[in-house]
Write a protein that binds this ligand. Structure first.
Ligand code: C2E
Ligand code: MG
Ligand code: MG
Ligand code: MG
Length: 282
């Protein structure tokens, strides 16, 4: 108790921390109403199919433009919401916007999937499968066009309730991706247990792909392993042409990163998809 008290006192006396802590709390208390007020929106970052050269999907990323503070980083408000069990409303919002966007793109004749980040703690929410199913049917999106990205966690590795929820989601026809692959546990056991369709190699391995021998080996062996387990592979954080070419040579399935496109509005993404399909026809 004394130690905890001392910790508190230390925090209290650190001006940076006290400001951070109070901002974090005020941010949390504002998040739900910010969603209602339209300050929160989604950006879509295109994913390139390395075999066909087509934009075959996008990842939906939450954005919050605060009226006074300006844009707040997703990593900041998502982490705060996760820590305080306030991630549910944000997730429902992002899911719906992402599903609507993907349904719109598909309805214009472009086969297109959308990926949404799912906090692993939501896997204990028994209503989740029902809500996902309801959103898909309400907006007319085929389940295979929705991928849920999960970051590796111990709960998942241990199995139990979270794994059962993942199986239910898969039974619905929704796809599962392991996000930030390589930074967490990444044991073979984990790969075997999680019913994932996709592995998303973390940007930290992708960045050094062309200069760093060990990153190159890591990526190449992850691709081979994933393929032998019949999982597709996405490389994230692709910033250079050379990296993109190397990934294609390595038979990586999909690439995402600034060289392909920054996270953007649905309108910009639609323009990009239309322009790309015209170019292919020409
Ligand atoms: P993530 O799921 O790993 O998303 C990829 C992050 O990398 C995004 O950051 C994206 O903008 C950034 N990125 C993409 N391409 C590049 C590149 O070429 N170079 C570099 N340096 N960065 C690139 P963002 O949007 O700031 O999101 C950060 C994290 O916040 C996400 O990481 C995800 O874990 C979380 N997040 C975002 N939106 C949501 C959400 O709706 N729900 C949940 N639970 N988490 C979310
Ligand atoms: Mg992600
Ligand atoms: Mg993530
Ligand atoms: Mg990631």
């Amino acid at each position: 108790e004394e130690a905890a008290h001392a910790g508190l006192k230390w925090k209290y006396h650190d001006p940076g921390t006290i400001e951070d802590a109070s901002w974090k709390l005020s941010m949390l208390s504002q998040l739900d109403s910010a969603i209602d007020k339209g300050e929160v929106w989604i950006a879509l970052q295109p994913q390139l199919d390395l075999r066909t050269g087509r934009i075959s999907g996008a990842e939906a990323l939450a954005r919050w433009t605060h009226p006074e503070k300006g844009p707040i980083a997703a990593s900041e408000f998502v982490a705060a919401a996760e820590q305080h069990d306030r991630i549910g409303k944000l997730t429902d919002f992002v899911l719906e916007k992402a599903i609507v966007a993907a349904a719109e793109i598909n309805s214009r004749g472009h086969e297109f999937g959308v990926a949404v980040n799912l906090s692993a703690r939501l896997l204990s929410d028994r209503q989740l499968t029902m809500r996902v199913a309801a959103l898909l049917s309400r907006h007319g999106l085929a389940p295979k066009h929705l991928t849920l990205e999960l970051t590796e966690t111990t709960e998942l590795a241990e199995g139990g309730e979270a794994l059962a929820m993942l199986s239910r989601l898969r039974d619905l026809g929704v796809e599962i991706s392991i996000d930030d692959y390589g930074t967490g546990l990444s044991t073979l056991n984990y790969l075997k247990k999680i019913p994932a369709n996709e592995i998303k190699i973390d940007q930290s391995f992708v960045k050094g792909l062309c200069d760093n021998r060990s990153d190159r080996l890591m990526v190449q062996s992850t691709i081979s392993l994933a393929h032998s387990l019949e999982r597709r592979v996405v490389a994230e954080g692709v910033e250079e042409r050379e990296t993109l070419d190397t990934l294609a040579e390595m038979e990586c399935d999909l690439a995402q990163g600034y060289i392909i496109g920054r996270p953007m509005s649905l309108e910009s993404l639609m323009k990009r998809i239309v322009a790309d399909s015209r170019r292919r026809v020409a």
